[in-house]
Ligand binder design. Structure first.
Ligand code: NAI
Length: 463
């Protein structure tokens, strides 16, 4: 039996970051992970592989649609799907191997296998029981389906199966126009699949800024995605090689059938804590199957903490990472903190979409007095130089009286990187004027952020 200060269950972004921080703080740390490689869903079957495929197919799209215009003539590249997947696997390997290296460097033990918690202070893996003063559950989430739709990872796939399709489908039906549906829908549309996205709500990316939703939908449609809104999928029927997706338009009318070779179910994820023995331990859960925690990530059982997708909040790798670092601080007797009001959200399509803080609608619904500064990328020289100015913009929402930035949304090139200027501004309680008075290099996409900040005051220069 080995004894630890901390055992972390799960080596996804929440768990591995927590373990590294614990080790840095001088705590003897182990991580239990049953997958063959570290990194959890994000590195193995989520964020990282999808970004590799998005990158490869973005280049293909550029070659097919934009090269000639820029004076790059010649045959477009042809797709070697197996090689594209091999490239993706190589990227996964580099990243998961990187975590293994960091574990060794920080002297973190990797206990291979699936953990259960027979009692507080004890973690069982196979026949072995390990002792730990503190246990951090970072067991993540798994894809959630909807009634009448059974994921078989062959014809009806989750995001995991969609990364490993044996061949590019002629017709891909996507259920759900959320982040996964639009990112992976974009990948296959660029590879030549006829992609139809069926979404229950009346907009893509429900909950996001309304202006962004409208622009985003238009841009995606221009890229060839067929998007059906206000349609509730009732079920999917499959044969050996095909599927029929049945949906009901919300405004009424006949049920519609959509033929597809592959159906991607992207209707959300659910917290994963099966097999941990939480019931027997008496760990309090929320009504939504999450582990209930207080604001120090403590469960109701002393010495057991939980972070990431398995607790409340957005299911985002970076939110889990922040919680991982903060809970390590708490365990080490320091002050751990996560500012849940400043967690960016990014969709890695082309253009990218990034948001942070409150939306204009939510603030208006609260009765807050706000001002909105918006700047279109059509007025940004750099975006025009790379052919990505159309339809994109930066929007900053600030308090009408104090000018303090309350939220922001960007749709445009490198939005996912640019959003952090506004995250930092919000962390520091900055006003729109603070951003507007900051010198921004020319020519950069980030100048559009400054212009949106100027639009909260006396007005932007280039529109
Ligand atoms: P999501 O919650 O983003 O979107 C699910 C969509 O499915 C919603 O728009 C919902 O209205 C729709 N839907 C549900 N039932 C339906 C029905 N019967 N018929 C039609 N539409 C229906 O979930 P998604 O895209 O599966 O992603 C899961 C999680 O993973 C999310 O929390 C997301 O934030 C995270 N993720 C984040 C990424 C990123 O940060 N870039 C990338 C991929 C996933």
């Amino acid at each position: 039996m080995s004894q630890y200060d901390v055992i972390v269950i799960g080596a996804g972004p929440g768990g591995y970051v927590c373990a590294i921080r614990c080790a840095q703080l001088g705590l003897k740390t182990a991580v239990v992970e049953g997958r063959e490689t570290l990194g959890g869903t994000c590195l193995n079957v989520g964020c990282i592989p999808s970004k590799a495929l998005l990158h490869s197919t973005h280049l293909l799209h550029e070659a097919e649609h934009n090269f000639a215009h820029m004076g790059l003539k010649g045959k477009s590249p042809s797709v070697d799907w197996d090689q594209m997947k091999a490239y993706k696997d190589e990227v996964i390997g580099q990243n998961t191997g990187g975590i293994e290296f960091l574990f060794k460097k920080n002297k973190i033990d990797w206990i291979k296998g699936w953990a259960s918690i027979p009692a507080a202070g004890k973690v069982q893996v196979g026949d072995e029981v390990h002792e730990a003063k503190n246990i951090v559950i970072a067991s993540g989430s798994v894809p959630a389906s909807i009634p009448g739709v059974e994921i078989d990872e062959k014809i009806v796939v989750s995001s995991t199966g969609a990364l490993e399709l044996p061949k590019i489908p002629k017709k891909l039906a996507v259920i759900g126009a959320g982040v996964i549906g639009l990112e992976l829908g974009s990948v296959y549309a660029r590879l030549g699949s006829e992609v139809t996205v069926v979404e229950y709500m009346d907009a893509v990316c429900p909950g996001m800024d309304k202006d962004v939703q409208r622009s985003f939908k238009r841009i995606l449609e221009k890229q060839g995605l067929n998007i059906i809104l206000g349609a509730a999928v009732q079920g999917v029927e499959t044969t050996k090689t095909k599927a029929k997706v049945k949906y009901q338009p919300k405004k009424g009318g006949e049920e519609v059938t959509l033929d597809a070779d592959v159906v991607l179910v992207a209707t959300g994820r659910k917290p994963y804590s099966e097999g941990l023995g939480l019931d027997a331990l008496g760990v309090t859960m929320t009504g939504r199957g999450q582990i209930a925690t207080d604001n120090h990530w403590r469960t109701n059982i002393p010495g057991i903490y939980a972070i990431g997708d398995v607790i409340e909040g957005p299911m985002l790798a970076h939110k889990a990472e922040d919680e991982g670092m903060a809970v390590a601080d708490v365990i080490a007797g320091k002050h751990g903190h996560v500012n849940y009001g400043v967690i960016p959200g990014v969709v890695y399509t082309t253009p990218e979409v990034a948001t942070v803080g409150a939306t204009e609608d939510a603030l208006k619904a609260e009765g807050r007095k706000i001002k909105v500064g918006k700047f279109m990328f059509m007025g940004n020289a750099r975006a025009k130089a790379v052919g990505q100015a159309e339809g994109g913009f930066v929007k900053i929402i600030a308090d009408k009286e104090t000018d303090r930035i309350l939220g922001a949304a960007i749709i445009g090139p490198a939005a996912g990187d640019m959003i952090h200027e506004l995250c930092v501004a919000m962390e520091f309680g900055a006003s729109a004027e603070d951003v507007a008075l900051t010198c921004h290099a020319h020519p950069t996409y980030s100048e559009a952020v400054r212009e949106a900040a100027l639009a909260c005051g006396d007005g932007p220069i280039h529109s």
